[in-house]
Every structure is written in C-alpha cells, then in structure tokens.
Design a protein around this ligand. Sequence first.
Ligand code: CTP
Ligand code: MG
Length: 165
Amino acid sequence: MNATLLLFLSIYIPALVANGSPTLIRKGHPVDLGAKFLDGRRILGDGKTFEGFTLGVLYATSVALTLANLLGEPLIAYYGAVAGVGALLGDMTGSFVKRRLGVERGEPLPLLDQLDFLLGAYLATSAAGYTPPLHYAAALAVIVYVLHRATNIAAYKLGIKPVPW
Ligand code: CTP
Ligand code: MG
C-alpha cells in the first residue's frame, strides 16, 4: 500500500471508531443538560451524551496509539486522536443542525447522519496540520455512506433495529 494512503487510513480509522463507539452507551447524561435553544427545541437532544463522547475519545485514542506504535509514526497518535475528537464534535454539530430543522432525535436526515462525523474529522485534522487528499476523503465518504445504509437495513430486517436507518 502506498505511504499516503496508509497514513490517511491510520488517521481516519480512529475517526470511524469514535463515531461507532458511543452507540454502546444505552443511557447517559445529555451534553446539552436537557436545555432548549431559542426555537424551543432541545439544543442537541438525548442522543448526545457525555458518556458517549468520553467513550468515543478513549476508544479512538487507544486505536490511534496502537496504529502509531505498529507503524512507528508518533504523529499518527496525535492526528488520530484529533480525528476522533473532530468526528465526535462533527456528530454533535449534525444533531444541532437536525434539531434546528425540526428533525427529532433518532429521526433520519440522509447524508448529514452518515457524513457529519467525517466532515468534523476532516476539518479538525486539517486545522491541526494534516489535510487528507480530497479524493481519499471523498472515497471514504462514499464507502461510509453505503456501509451505513446497508448495515442499518440489514439490522432492521433481522429485527435488531426498529427502523431501517
Ligand atoms: N451517542 C451518545 N453520545 C454521543 C453520540 C452518540 O451517547 N456523543 C449514542 C446515543 O445513544 C445515540 C447513539 O449513540 O442514540 C447513536 O448516535 P446517533 O445516531 O448519532 O444519534 P441519534 O440517536 O440518531 O440522535 P440524532 O438525531 O441527534 O443524530
Ligand atoms: Mg442517528
């Protein structure tokens, strides 16, 4: 594998981990503390919790440290952790946008639901000094979108999830 792609993947895998791990939290304390915005709707909603955020940061950082060790590149630990935090902030920003549009917690908003975390990771790593090649980021966005849809539809058909999104 070429070095540019390997670097990209090792920094963005922690972002994927950060995005996936909060779902393990069944119930936590909402980051918005239950508060409402000017429009009378929740700022973020019950789907964004301190516990989910903390777990996401811890898992993403662990994976980033492991990859940095394996590949002998300490910067991967730093950028991977940044990507993880960026992903979680991007996901929260996505929820903020959904609430402002009147979309309830857990209701779907296609594209934003699947890609907000990736945009957050992209902006965060870029701000920290690692701007990924745009074609890699775009390819990852397509892969994430397709896998997200496919796994949720499969989970719905298997009766694991109540809704197909
Ligand atoms: N989660 C969490 N804390 C976070 C992010 C996610 O606890 N910071 C958990 C919540 O249990 C959430 C689940 O992961 O329900 C799935 O995340 P997501 O799909 O982003 O949340 P939704 O419930 O769909 O809420 P929203 O409409 O705000 O996206
Ligand atoms: Mg959701």
